[in-house]
Unconditional design. Structure first.
Length: 164
């Protein structure tokens, strides 16, 4: 009914390795879930502060900074949710968060009050992020059921079994 361990192609090392990897992935998911809960709580506090900043006297820069910061938090929350669902970091969402963060800094500080070298550096940074966002559209999807690393490791296993 049961095969002896010696006849099994799976070694005890591989079984333990699988357990360790699963345990570490579970711990990582718990950490990401706790980050989601903390970020959601922080977003609720920010919404309250944003509504309080809408009370007179109204400061346009503070209101704009609060709204943009809340959008950044929403995008970070979405990034964590995508990670929990697909076990990967979305390049598109990460680039979008970076773009909104850079624009927030430029808007809050004001372009006229900022040193020209910092404005030039922000423009170059935004240009690189925009190019990365455009190039990402043409990159083939690697996580829609097709994992290149898994295919390579399966090919390696097949070659190893054929050699034995």
């Amino acid at each position: 009914m049961y095969k002896p361990v010696d006849d099994s192609p799976i070694t005890a090392y591989e079984i333990n390795r699988v357990r360790v990897v699963r345990s570490l992935e579970m711990i990582q998911d718990v950490i990401v879930i706790s980050l989601c809960i903390g970020l959601f709580s922080f977003m609720a506090i920010q919404v309250r502060d944003m509504f309080l900043s809408l009370l007179p006297p109204l400061n346009f820069q503070v209101v704009t900074a609060d709204i943009l910061f809340l959008l950044i938090l929403v995008e970070l929350f979405r990034l964590l949710i995508i990670y929990l669902q697909e076990q990967r970091i979305s390049i598109g969402v990460a680039v979008e968060v970076s773009i909104v963060s850079a624009l927030r800094e430029v808007i809050v500080k004001g372009v006229l009050e900022t040193n020209w070298t910092q404005v030039l550096a922000a423009c170059a940074f935004l240009l690189v992020l925009g190019i990365l966002l455009i190039l990402r559209v043409w990159l083939p999807p690697t996580f829609e059921g097709i994992d290149p690393e898994q295919q390579i490791s399966q090919r390696y296993r097949k070659n190893r079994q054929n050699q034995q």
